[in-house]
Ligand binder design. Structure first.
Ligand SMILES: [Fe+2]
Ligand SMILES: [Fe+2]
Length: 577
């Protein structure tokens, strides 16, 4: 048998990415030798230069290959690798500038009236080695910052033979930077990180002082002051350069996302007026995905902001979506199934166009088509099949692609959570008496359904993640709907008729939501108007199904809701909820 000429690549290690690693390692090795080589005592020896370059190249390339295989979040495209390379080169230039400055100061003090003789290594603690780690943590994440930290440690360590403490020092301060910025939540995160870097630097400075047996006061004070100065310089450098890298590289940091999450964005303001039901839906989903993403260690800010913008496309034709119909006529009654499906599908395309027009970051734009993946608009597909069967007989075929979203499927954990929350929020609205058991059962059934459909196959959600997501969704939905039941009790005691009770529950349901979501003033009236429609919702589920695939998922759940109090039963036991 002829042997296979092309051995299979290990999963997650495409050949192209390995070649990119050669570029990364080679550029960094050549830059380090060009910039830091002249500081070496053997400067001028070509063999020494080639040897150092070879060591840096091999170390960085091995590190890159290892990270590709071993670190789940380290999957750099060429742009990401260029960013990493440029930041590493920037750090090497900073080291060079720091050493030039140190030599200048030493020379000045030696020739001036002070006549001080100081070692250049004393000033190493003032170099902001960790600034690049802060920067990479902000734009690309922890694993890239870790890659930077190890690469810089190896490179600078090799070019600092007289200061062995520098290797653990760079590693510790850079890793401290990564840990402190694991989640950006405010601008002050940089300040906290810088202060922590300064404090972790201090023991290293003290260790250096003890090891170097200082013979004057300056040999003691300079490393200590340098340690604090290094931390503060990290704050300025990282916070100053981050917006530039964001703009040039098209990256989005958590801080930029948080600025968008203030609901002050023109798109969100427009949505609260033009499509208040969708706005409400998006806010509830925002709470759900935030909690779930936190629970599984995904980016909660990205998930929340993605939820706010995921249905902006519905603003173009808001009245074709059930949450905005406010009990009025159902516009789909006059349309064919294929036309209805076309309109519903178009909210993805319209959303992308609106998002691009308002320059939403790529990470948020990606979530607009991914929140529906390639799922089918079940209600209209079934309706079309039924109509075709009546006209042409049982064998009549309906093109399913006309009733399916274009995709792609969720590619990230955040998009996967959003897809789950989207259907579950719609389903929760249809439970007539949302007890915690019913909510829990519905959440689990919906997650099982999406999981079985294969829509989550391309994101990295694990079964354990799904378990935690189910738990988080249940907690959020229970806290929203639980209050609704509690408020209804006094009305019942007051002797209200049964019909009145259900209506008051429905009104309170929406008012509870409004309170928890903090709707803008101008939006409250529209939500209050839509509230009484909940009564109609519970009466006529079929009409509700007509408007959106979300609602079609909801109707499935409604039909199952009676089972859902038991269910919680088997499915949940299986997943240990
Ligand atoms: Fe949608
Ligand atoms: Fe939605």
């Amino acid at each position: 048998m002829e042997p296979d000429a092309t051995p299979p690549q290990p999963p997650g290690l495409p050949r192209l990415k390995a070649v990119h690693g050669v570029f990364f390692a080679l550029v960094c090795a050549a830059t380090a030798e060009t910039i830091l080589g002249p500081f070496m005592s053997d400067n001028g020896s070509q063999f020494a230069s080639i040897g150092r370059m070879a060591i840096v190249f091999l170390s960085l390339y091995t590190l890159h290959r290892f990270s590709l295989t071993g670190l789940r979040s380290y999957r750099p495209g060429f742009k990401d690798l260029c960013t990493l390379t440029l930041i590493l080169i920037g750090a090497i230039i900073t080291v060079w500038a720091g050493r030039i400055l140190a030599f200048s100061i030493i020379q000045y003090l030696a020739t001036s009236s002070y006549e001080l003789k100081l070692h250049p290594q004393l000033f190493d603690f003032a170099i902001p080695f960790a600034a690049g780690a802060l920067l990479l943590q902000a734009v690309l994440g922890l694993h890239y910052a870790l890659m930077y930290s190890l690469s810089l440690t190896i490179t600078v360590g090799l070019y600092s033979p007289n200061n062995p403490i520098l290797v653990p020092y760079i590693l510790a301060t850079s890793i401290m930077a990564c840990l402190n910025l694991s989640r950006f939540r405010s601008r002050s995160a940089y300040i906290k990180a810088g202060i922590n870097i300064a404090f972790i630097s201090l023991p290293f400075a003290l260790a250096y002082i003890i090891m170097s047996a200082p013979d004057n006061f300056y040999n003691i004070i300079i490393p200590i002051v340098g340690a604090f100065a290094g931390g503060i310089l990290c704050i300025f450098m990282a916070s100053g350069v981050t917006p530039i890298v964001e703009a040039l590289g098209g990256y989005v940091t958590d801080m930029r996302l948080l600025e968008m999450a203030t609901l002050d964005h023109p798109l969100l303001k427009d949505m609260s007026v033009q499509a208040p039901g969708t706005w409400n839906h998006s806010m509830v989903i925002g709470m759900m995905v935030d909690r779930a993403a936190d629970a599984i260690g995904a980016n909660a800010v990205l998930a929340r902001v993605g939820a706010y913008f995921h249905d902006i496309g519905k603003m173009k034709k808001p009245l074709y979506f059930v949450e905005n119909q406010a009990g009025g006529e159902n516009r789909h009654d006059k349309l064919s199934s294929s036309m209805s499906a076309l309109i519903i599908r178009s909210h993805v395309k319209d959303g992308l166009e609106l998002g691009k027009k308002h320059k939403l970051p790529p990470a948020i734009l990606d979530m607009i088509p991914q929140h529906h993946g390639t799922s089918t608009i079940d209600y209209f597909y079934k309706k079309a099949k039924k109509e075709a069967a009546e006209l042409e007989g049982e064998d009549a075929e309906v093109d399913v692609s006309l009733y399916s979203y274009p995709g792609p499927r969720p590619q990230t954990r955040e998009a996967g959570i959003l897809m789950l929350a989207d259907g579950i929020e719609a389903a929760a609205r249809t439970i007539s008496e949302p007890t915690p058991d019913r909510i829990q059962g519905m959440v689990q059934k919906m997650i099982n359904k999406v999981f079985a459909s294969g829509e989550l196959n391309e994101c990295e959600l694990t079964l354990k993640d799904l378990h935690l997501i189910a738990k988080s969704f249940t907690q959020v939905l229970t806290s929203i709907h639980h209050q609704r039941i509690a408020y209804a009790e006094p009305a019942e005691k007051g002797g209200e008729k049964q019909e009145g009770r259900s209506e008051s529950q429905a009104i309170k349901k929406d008012s509870t939501r409004s309170a928890s979501i903090k709707a803008p003033e101008k939006n409250k009236s529209s939500q209050a108007v839509s509230a009484p429609e909940s009564k109609k919702e519970t009466k006529d589920q079929k009409d509700e199904e007509v408007a959106d695939s979300d609602a079609s998922k909801a109707s499935d759940d409604k039909n199952q809701s009676d089972e859902d109090s038991k269910p919680a039963g088997e499915d949940l036991k299986r997943l240990g909820i």
